[in-house]
Design a protein around this ligand. Structure first.
Ligand SMILES: [Zn+2]
Length: 288
């Protein structure tokens, strides 16, 4: 059995007008690791996240998880679920290797953080639509109704973002705008200041979507902040550990005579527990 936990989503899952905040997440097995590295090779990050979560988030509210339901979650909720998945599989501590941004310094530094420290507290209201009021120079006001960016938006703009970051950001915002009204009348055009105002408001409402870390550089005494991206972190970690996975399967198959399929069905945590026992036996001649 793989370990599962029930977590609470910052924004939550909507289906047919009903709202739930509970999500059930299970730890990664060796089989998941192979799937995410080999079958999902070449996927853009947003699509890769959908595959990882569709596999390891077993329930959203009372429903079995599907790719579509994972795509319907806000960017922040997807980040939170990736962090829970990382914590279940490889533990709570993360090490980030950063470079000091000061051109004359560029010192490499390691920042130790805990998943618990970067998970945002739950504050959001259970609503799917939000409003932003923008005052105009003529004294009137423009009301923009919008929803938060979700996984489907990230997937839709992912290819464009490779070559045109500003264009992709603009398209993502337009997807999230539901209506614009000026003094009570629906308007066709988006207000000019929306590109500035709306991302800031969305970031407030979906705080987990962009995690900022603050680091201090001992070499130059400066401090700086960087954005922590859970998807990039988890992908790079799994990629770095992939060769080790085959070595671990080989060792267990060789000594325990289990099939590779049986070994890959174990969670990372269990596989490593057996390897530790094996290491003790091979080193000391006894199982402690
Ligand atoms: Zn520095």
């Amino acid at each position: 059995m793989t370990k599962q936990v029930v977590t609470t989503l910052p924004n939550g899952y909507w289906e047919g007008g009903a709202h739930w905040r509970e999500a059930q997440v299970r730890e990664l097995t060796g089989e998941d690791h192979v799937f995410l590295m080999e079958e999902c090779q070449g996927l853009l990050a947003a699509h890769w996240v959908t595959e990882a979560l569709a596999r390891c988030v077993t329930k959203l509210g009372p429903n079995e998880t599907t790719r579509e339901s994972v795509r319907s979650l806000t960017v922040g909720d997807r980040e939170a679920l990736l962090l829970h998945l990382r914590r279940l599989t490889l533990g709570d501590r993360l090490t980030c290797v950063l470079s000091c941004p000061l051109p004359e310094c560029r010192e490499k530094l390691e920042l130790e953080i805990k998943v618990a420290d970067i998970l945002q507290p739950l504050e959001s209201a259970a609503v799917q639509e939000h409003e932003l009021t923008i005052g105009r120079e003529d004294g009137g006001s423009t009301i923009v109704r919008f929803r938060l960016a979700i996984g489907a938006d990230q997937e839709a703009v992912a290819s464009m973002a490779l070559t045109d970051v500003a264009g992709a950001a603009d398209w993502l915002l337009r997807r999230c705008v539901l209506s614009v009204s000026e003094d009570g009348k629906l308007a066709e055009e988006l207000p000019a200041s929306l590109a500035e105002r709306l991302p800031a408001r969305m970031a407030e409402l979906d705080g987990q979507a962009e995690i900022k870390l603050v680091a201090s550089c001992e070499a130059c005494g400066g401090s700086f902040s960087v954005v922590f991206d859970a998807a990039t972190y988890l992908f790079q970690e799994l990629e770095a550990e992939f060769q080790r996975l085959y070595r671990e399967v080989h060792l267990l198959a060789f000594h325990y005579h289990w099939s590779p399929t049986e070994i890959l069905s174990l969670s990372t945590r269990k596989r490593r527990s057996f390897l530790e026992l094996l290491d003790h036996e091979l080193t000391d001649g006894v199982v402690q």
